[in-house]
Write a protein that binds this ligand. Structure first.
Ligand SMILES: [Zn+2]
Length: 240
């Protein structure tokens, strides 16, 4: 059994991140299971070393100890950055493309995608059989109508709540959902603590997990905690 803290180094952490770290560390202590630190930088386009420094500072400040993962920013950048593993993720993607989960290349432009409310392909790409071409298309997972995923005791209607989600990005980088599943598979994660805004992400990851050999995600214990808000009731953000 293992759990992990998995921040994205795209800005300075806020109180909600600290709350998530504390809950995860408490869960690890309570169940006496190892705690891993995983810094999810694969799509952190705004990455700066100071954001990684901030993660380590917050963990030290909260007196949280972890036994798996980078020890400091230099160790992270030299040995643990997900940006060094793109070819590994690309090879793992083949597992998904050869599985019963249907994927397709979507060539719709950003403006077309932003013009529709759901996150799926706004055009006809699913049946068009486009080739996946770097910088011209993204790869999406087809979520059939009526797909429901149970996350512990919560039912998520994945087709209506998320739609056909991107698994490989147009800029030729793996999408967060793919990386998160592969990393949790490799770590053998059994306990996952996330904000409730990530419930549909969890469902998407469970949907593709067994195709990637990540059976542990189907049986993992999930906690989706309420988000901390500011005085006006708005969700906290790293960019503010
Ligand atoms: Zn499309």
């Amino acid at each position: 059994m293992v759990t992990r803290i998995a921040p994205t180094p795209s800005g300075f952490l806020h109180a909600g991140n600290r709350y998530n770290f504390r809950l995860t560390a408490n869960l690890a202590e309570e169940h006496e299971i190892p705690l891993a630190l995983r810094i999810d930088d694969v799509d952190a386009a705004r990455y700066q070393s100071v954001y990684a420094d901030d993660i380590f500072n917050v963990l030290h400040d909260l007196n949280i100890a972890w036994s798996i993962g980078p020890r400091d920013t230099a160790d992270f950048e030299a040995h643990w950055s997900q940006r060094q593993k793109t070819n590994y993720y690309r090879a793992e993607l083949a597992l998904l493309r050869n599985s019963s989960v249907e994927t397709y290349a979507c060539r719709c432009s950003r403006s077309m995608i932003s013009s529709v409310p759901s996150g799926g392909c706004p055009g006809q790409c699913r049946t068009a059989q486009h080739e996946l071409v770097a910088h011209e298309s993204a790869l999406r997972v087809h979520v059939p109508i009526g797909t429901t995923i149970s996350v512990n005791d919560v039912e998520v209607h994945l087709d209506s709540e998320l739609g056909d989600f991107v698994i490989w990005r147009r800029d030729d980088l793996p999408a967060y959902q793919l990386v998160s599943v592969i990393e949790d598979r490799d770590l053998g994660t059994t306990h996952i603590v996330r904000g409730e805004d990530l419930l549909t992400s969890t469902a998407a990851q469970i949907f593709i997990a067994s195709s990637l050999g990540a059976e542990n995600l189907g049986t993992a214990h999930y906690v989706h905690h309420p988000l901390l808000t500011d005085a006006s009731g708005a969700k906290l953000s790293k960019s503010r």
